[in-house]
Write a protein that binds this ligand. Structure first.
Ligand SMILES: [Zn+2]
Ligand SMILES: [Zn+2]
Length: 82
């Protein structure tokens, strides 16, 4: 009943490499394009299957779905020293 390829991932090093998301990490360890281009990429600290280009890395950290949510501090509203 699945109408779209949910759970499928594309290799960031070569878009012809598609596979189930669960095998993506394994793929990155073996992908020949990954070996060739790894100096252009950084691995997301929140999820090791996120391989991000250097110039997009900062942006990714702010939008990563696996990043921990940091609660906003309401400085001033509830200040015990005030
Ligand atoms: Zn690949
Ligand atoms: Zn990420």
């Amino acid at each position: 009943m699945q109408s779209k390829k949910e759970g499928y991932a594309t290799c960031v090093y070569n878009e012809e490499h598609t596979m189930p998301e669960s095998t993506l990490l394994w793929h990155y360890q073996r992908c020949p394009d990954s070996q060739r281009m790894k100096h252009l990429f950084k691995v997301c600290p929140y999820n090791t299957i996120h391989h991000i280009r250097y110039y997009e890395f900062e942006k990714h950290l702010q939008s990563c779905p696996d990043a921990p949510k940091i609660p906003q501090l309401n400085v001033g509203n509830d200040d015990p020293w005030g």
